[in-house]
Design a binder for this molecule. Structure first.
Ligand SMILES: [Ca+2]
Ligand SMILES: [Ca+2]
Ligand SMILES: [Ca+2]
Length: 214
């Protein structure tokens, strides 16, 4: 039975959700080959609740977002970006990926409140969450309130939520990058193949092939 248990353990290890790892730089190796959405093709000055750019949707339930180019150069990005500038009692912003991702990241500037960044899979299960601290608290001020946030995850991420349930802030997001996750079926087939190798490689040595006498 031992090889079979080992194979099952392998299968479980491959299919169980694992905690994500924070990304703080656009040059993180997990973002190699990433798709980049720079929003520069969007209409300047356009307010929206939900907007889809390529395979990325940016949306909010409780506030109004805006594409604008007013502050990008000042904060070190370029062209149009996403702003949360249009008031409201809180911020509840989501990135939804048309194809689930293994890693993502984005420029996040002029952030004066703490945010929680939540990662969800395709069925809405929370995979992991991280605190994004307010930038003055990190020693940044004025135009130097510039940061980069993201995460990589063994479990495919379909949706990322940035939330502060009690406070509102005007902050800036640009250059959302993401890497499509490997097809789940490929991973499972690979795991089954590995399990088969382990099982096949051990069964003779462990003597579980039925003997002719049995
Ligand atoms: Ca831009
Ligand atoms: Ca503008
Ligand atoms: Ca702000």
């Amino acid at each position: 039975m031992r090889p079979l248990l080992y194979a099952l353990a392998l299968l479980l290890a491959a299919t169980t959700s694992q905690a994500a790892t924070i990304i703080t730089s656009s040059t993180d190796a997990a973002l190699t080959g990433a798709t980049l959405i720079d929003f520069n093709g969007e209409t300047d000055g356009q307010n929206f609740l939900s907007a889809t750019v390529g395979s990325l949707t940016v949306r909010t339930n409780t506030n109004t977002l805006r594409f604008d180019d007013q502050y990008s150069v000042q904060f070190g990005t370029s062209g149009v970006q996403v702003e949360t500038r249009l008031g409201g009692s809180n911020d509840d912003l989501e990135f939804v990926f048309a194809t689930a991702v293994s890693a993502f990241g984005f420029d996040l500037n002029a952030l004066d409140i703490d945010l929680t960044m939540e990662l969800y899979d395709g069925v809405g299960t929370l995979l992991d969450s991280f605190l994004i601290p307010n930038q003055p608290g990190l020693g940044m001020s004025g135009d130097a309130r510039r940061d980069y946030w993201g995460a990589s995850s063994a479990a495919a991420v379909s949706r990322v939520r940035l939330v502060n349930a009690s406070q509102h802030d005007f902050f800036l997001i640009d250059n959302v990058s993401f890497v499509a996750a490997p097809e789940a079926s490929t991973g499972i087939l690979l795991t089954l193949g590995l399990a088969g190798l382990v099982f096949g490689g051990n069964r003779g040595r462990l003597g579980i092939i039925p003997s002719r006498e049995a």
